[in-house]
Design a protein around this ligand. Structure first.
Ligand code: ZN
Length: 207
């Protein structure tokens, strides 16, 4: 039984930035653009239900050591480091820059969530096996309830996507659900919702 009270739940949108999503971005994630419609639906539902909305944004110094591995991307102050227009943050929503994979590493995220009384976070964005997974792992370690939306997250291949979701579900004990399943549970009529265990999306980790 998982309680998802909109007042204690935050939608966390990970790295939906121009550099990862736009065709001419510095580090384009294939298929990231196709996630936008489902993320938009979740964003609208979250806003209507009064949920907190947080944007985690890669935000690197121009000489960040991470660039040895990935090349330059999401450099501080560039358009590439901005959230895509389709998911533009409202003025009351938090944009939290990060320099490492986990949204909790060296950032204001944990304090921001705790100050707002958040107990459950819903994760969407890119990449499933990197920033989404490491943020989800840290959130679990900090005893947040974590829900990862499988068809509103993406990475470089289906195989890697399914492996990461398997880790998130089976190792970190988080919920992995689809957008439509989650939308059905975000009841806009009542301030609080009770979910009798969400139906899990079952990534095929065996094959
Ligand atoms: Zn990065």
């Amino acid at each position: 039984m998982l309680d998802m009270d909109p007042n204690k739940t935050a939608l966390v949108i990970v790295d939906m930035l121009n550099d990862f999503v736009r065709k001419d971005g510095a580090l384009v994630v294939p298929g990231a653009i196709d996630l936008i419609p489902r993320q938009k639906k979740l964003l609208e539902a979250a806003r209507e239900s009064g949920m907190m909305v947080v944007y985690l944004t890669d935000n690197h110094l121009p000489d960040d050591p991470e660039f040895d591995m990935w090349g330059a991307h999401a450099v501080v102050g560039t358009e590439g480091a901005e959230v895509i227009d389709e998911l533009e943050p409202s003025s009351n929503e938090r944009v939290i820059p990060k320099r490492r994979y986990s949204g909790f590493f060296g950032t204001d995220l944990d304090l921001s969530l705790r100050e707002a009384g958040i107990e459950t976070i819903i994760l969407v964005g890119v990449l499933t096996n990197i920033c989404v997974m490491y943020t989800s792992a840290d959130a679990s370690a900090k005893d947040y309830n974590v829900i990862v939306v499988s068809d509103a997250t993406g990475t470089t291949s289906d195989e890697i996507h399914d492996f990461a979701l398997g880790q998130i579900r089976d190792v970190h004990g988080s919920e992995v659900v689809k957008t439509d399943e989650l939308l059905r549970e975000i009841d806009l009529e009542t301030p609080s919702i009770s979910i009798s265990r969400l139906t899990s999306d079952q990534p095929d980790v065996a094959s």
